[in-house]
Design a protein around this ligand. Structure first.
Ligand code: PEP
Length: 255
């Protein structure tokens, strides 16, 4: 597992793009995005499209990819589920845990997220831990407490070395898919909090070196401001990563 080079541009395709669409997107994207050594580009297609991604991106090792979710067990009678241990065989090198849609729709609580993180790490994958508050939590003044709980509980079972390897994604739930983006100041403030909580679970040097992505309605029009915010080391993008033009514009930003 290579240490990712910031800025990290991460595309979360959610339940969009089967194998055929994955391949046609990549064909077009490779024409709009030339490799750059000063950044990392990573895609999270649906699991059914991982092998198609690997095939199409064969000549472009700079286009990294990963899985959106894995089961908390290594194997067993879990119909429909995917084990982290199966993922490296597809060529994928990354995995998400704790995305707010998983927390909301599938009941992934902090303990389950911690288990999933362990499985991703045991499989040798680069794990991304997603955290973030709902609008109600923000308005109730619970931002600090929510981030603290999500980070400390997810990292609790991990070794220091494992904690050091995690990439974080701060995604305010109220900004995901809503067109409402955190201001660069809000993002900077929340990223400082995430870094502080990582420091509590690790050490100040580990916190300083941690890569923290911002996610929530990132678009070509706001990418420069967000990347210019202190402590923002990249972005995790849903909607705007689904079109070649907007995703290439985001990945080419700052060139
Ligand atoms: C996401 O799903 O992680 C996300 C940030 O989505 P969007 O960019 O569409 O808000």
């Amino acid at each position: 597992m290579n240490v990712p080079q910031a800025p990290v541009f991460a595309a979360n395709w959610k339940m969009y793009k089967g194998p055929v669409e994955t391949r046609s997107f990549l064909t077009a994207f490779q024409g709009s995005y030339a490799p750059r050594e000063d950044a990392t580009v990573v895609f999270f297609p649906p699991a059914v499209s991982l092998s198609a991604f690997a095939l199409e991106a064969k000549g472009r090792p700079d286009l990294e990819f990963g899985v959106q979710d894995v089961h908390s067990e290594v194997e067993g009678a879990h119909t429909g589920a995917i084990s982290a241990s199966m993922i490296p065989e597809t060529g994928a090198g990354w995995g998400l845990a704790g995305h707010s849609e998983r927390r909301r729709e599938f009941g992934d609580d902090d303990a389950l997220v911690a288990h999933k993180l362990m499985r991703l790490l045991a499989a040798g994958l680069q794990a991304v831990l997603c955290v973030g508050e709902t609008l109600e939590e923000r308005e109730a003044g619970q931002l600090d407490a929510v981030l603290s709980r999500q980070i400390s509980e997810a990292l609790h079972p991990l070794s220091v070395e494992q904690r050091r390897s995690i990439v974080y994604a701060y995604e305010p739930v109220w900004a995901i898919g809503t067109g409402r983006t955190a201001t660069p100041e809000d993002a900077a403030g929340a990223h400082a909090l995430v870094r502080e909580k990582v420091g509590d679970a690790l050490d100040p040097v580990g916190a300083e070196q941690a890569i923290i992505l911002y996610g929530g309605s990132v678009k070509p029009g706001n990418i420069s401001d967000l990347l210019g915010s202190p402590g923002v080391d990249g972005v995790l993008v849903g909607g705007a990563s689904l079109e070649v033009e907007s995703w290439a514009a985001i990945c080419n930003s700052g060139r």
